[in-house]
Design a protein around this ligand. Structure first.
Ligand code: DAH
Length: 354
């Protein structure tokens, strides 16, 4: 028996597994329930009392040796799982991996947010699944009014009462994917007290056939400023400042009268085409101007629908499509590129991710 112990001790001292499987085989051979150590202890029960005295200590030390060796090897292989005991140089630098880049729509959204933040606007968000009240009725779209057809809606269900979380208003009317971020204006005004000065970025959905110029989902940034004595001049100056920051000094703007149910008066704002500088190109359809947003003075009905005194407060609102602003900035002509995740397209917008 002593011979066996001596022989196994040499074997254990020399053991270096090449992989995890060999280490496991070692464990089973020596420490397993039917392993050699169990076998030696069984043999030990049968030896004479004198032999027990001489062998006992050595046998226990042998068992400890096997266990310690196994533990050490196991810890090493946890650090370097597949190559326990191999001679690889752990001080070599790891393999590099490629960082992604920000999506152009995120870049432009963040730029829009930064510009308005510098003017004191805060950022607010609302749900993409919206009810009729917030998406239409509170915004002064009468029932059955053709203005509702301006925005082809994806309906989800007929009138559903969802449990509002604390502080959130109840779902009212049919449930749909929001068709514009103007719904967030309503949520904001219902939940607080004037003054409001916020921009509200988010994704919106419309039931449109997908083409280079239209998509069933896209992104908007809504703006709202409500306080005492807010005027159309404030609206024009704010948006003019935004355009100069976004497209650079020298960019021209023009306002054209328009119609939106939730603003009165309403306007659309064009900027001089940053691509051809007004000379005429495909982007501006050879007009020299590109429409980038809708805006106007918040209709008093909308203020009242949200519990705000329209005698005391006035406000302006605007809504712009992020895709349109991005197209103009980076000369992108096909909206589908934004959602196809083609890395050859996305890689062109390499930025430091912080
Ligand atoms: N919600 C409008 C749309 O999606 C855009 C818009 C126009 C927003 C005028 C406004 C506004 O806040 O005042 O077409």
């Amino acid at each position: 028996m002593q011979n066996q112990i001596n022989q196994y001790t040499i074997e254990i001292n020399n053991f270096q597994p090449a992989n995890a499987a060999e280490l496991e085989a070692f464990r089973i051979r020596f420490l397993g329930t039917k392993g050699l150590i169990k076998d030696l202890f069984d043999q030990f029960k049968a030896v004479s009392p004198e032999e027990k005295r001489t062998l006992g200590k050595g046998l226990n030390e042998f068992k400890q040796l096997a266990e310690a060796k196994y533990q050490t090897l196991k810890e090493q292989s946890a650090i370097q799982p597949e190559k326990a005991g191999s001679k690889d140089d752990l001080t070599l630098p790891g393999e590099g991996f490629q960082l992604g880049s920000r999506h152009p729509l995120s870049l432009v959204r963040n730029e829009i947010i930064d510009i308005f933040k510098r003017l004191g606007f805060v950022v607010a968000e609302g749900p993409e699944i919206e009810d009729d009240w917030h998406n239409f009725s509170a915004l002064n779209f009468p029932e059955e009014h053709p203005a509702r057809d301006m925005q082809d809606t994806f309906f989800i269900s007929k009138s559903l009462t969802l449990n509002p979380s604390p502080g959130e208003s109840k779902m009212k009317g049919d449930i749909a994917l929001r068709t514009h971020t103007s719904s967030v204006q309503v949520r904001m005004m219902e939940a607080g007290k004037p003054p409001f000065r916020a921009i509200m970025p988010g994704r919106v959905y419309r039931n449109e056939a997908i083409s280079a110029r239209a998509h069933c989902f896209f992104h908007q940034v809504e703006g709202l400023y409500v306080d005492e004595n807010v005027s159309f001049a404030d609206l024009k100056q704010t948006l003019y400042h935004f355009v100069l920051e976004m497209y650079g000094e020298g960019t021209k703007v023009r306002f054209r009268p328009s119609y939106f149910p939730f603003t009165e008066p309403s306007a659309e704002m064009d900027v001089s085409c940053s691509i051809c500088k007004g000379a005429g190109c495909q982007m501006c359809k050879y007009s020299g101007w590109v429409e980038i947003l809708g805006c106007g003075m918040v209709d008093p009905n909308v203020l009242e629908n949200c519990g705000i005194d329209s005698e005391k407060y006035t406000g302006f609102a605007f809504g712009m499509g992020i895709e349109r602003i991005t197209n103009l900035k980076y000369q992108i002509r096909d909206l589908r590129l934004f959602s196809e995740n083609d890395v050859r397209f996305l890689k062109q917008f390499q930025t430091e991710i912080s």
